[in-house]
Design a binder for this molecule. Structure first.
Ligand SMILES: [Zn+2]
Ligand SMILES: [Zn+2]
Length: 242
């Protein structure tokens, strides 16, 4: 399989995570949602480890002197689209009533981020397949909470359960689009990794971590540290069998 074909396949699996998260919300699966809470913390640790020790160093090689600036641009772009031009958005389940417009604008804001989830997977596959698999795992881990976020926000804004699941499916499609764009746009072939490094850093450190920062107890911090540690176990496993 070509690296583009493999990236598309892995991205499709990750995109399914968006829909599964949304379905858990519309079915009021409280038990699943508690598990997904731990996915947020575990995924944040794993994602941060992949981002800082693999994606960013590789991106600096691939993009050369413009690498650091592109990482910064990726980071700032998420803040602009998800949190500046939108009236209300935060990661995690929406538990209070929001304006109907909040769901739609959060969806639009999230689309750039989820498109870059796909760019990250495709760019990592272009570097080497084992990096592609590790970035896929990192992306997959936050796809469930991402589906929960958009579906609960749509419901809180008064939209129907079907509309909530459709919104999550759209996020999944944007991830597939990110893979296709990376394979067809020269600029993303070269600089997609640096841009998606900044996006990934934002999602891990500025979206996921704040979701459990204020919560008490040991189980969420334990999931966070375990996520970072398990990245090294995954890397050893992936490199061994590749
Ligand atoms: Zn809220
Ligand atoms: Zn994402």
């Amino acid at each position: 399989m070509t690296s583009g074909g493999a990236a598309l396949l892995y991205a499709a699996v990750a995109a399914t995570g968006n829909v599964i998260g949304a379905v858990a919300v519309v079915r009021h699966a409280a038990g699943s949602l508690r598990v997904i809470d731990h996915f947020v913390a575990f995924g944040a640790g794993f994602m941060l480890a992949v981002c800082l020790t693999e994606i960013v160093p590789e991106a600096l090689v691939r993009s050369g002197a413009s690498g650091p600036l592109l990482v910064l641009v990726g980071y700032l772009a998420v803040h602009l689209t998800q949190h500046t031009v939108t009236p209300h958005f935060h990661f995690g389940e929406e538990t209070h009533a929001v304006n109907a417009r909040a769901g739609t604008s959060a969806l639009v804001g999230l689309l750039l981020h989820t498109c870059f989830d796909g760019v990250a997977i495709a760019s990592a596959f272009l570097v080497r397949p084992t990096l592609g698999v590790m970035v896929f795992v990192a992306i997959l881990l936050h796809k469930l909470p991402e589906g929960v976020t958009i579906a609960s926000l749509m419901l809180a804004g008064g939209r129907s359960p079907a509309a909530a699941v459709r919104a999550a499916a759209l996020l999944g499609l944007a991830t597939l689009l990110g893979v296709l764009l990376t394979d067809s746009l020269g600029v993303l072939v070269r600089h997609g990794l640096a841009l998606s490094g900044g996006v990934t850093l934002y999602v891990a450190a500025s979206n996921l971590v704040p979701e459990f920062q204020g919560k008490r107890g040991w189980s969420l911090p334990a999931a966070f540290f375990t996520g970072a540690a398990l990245f090294y176990a995954t890397r050893a496993l992936v490199e061994r069998f590749a």
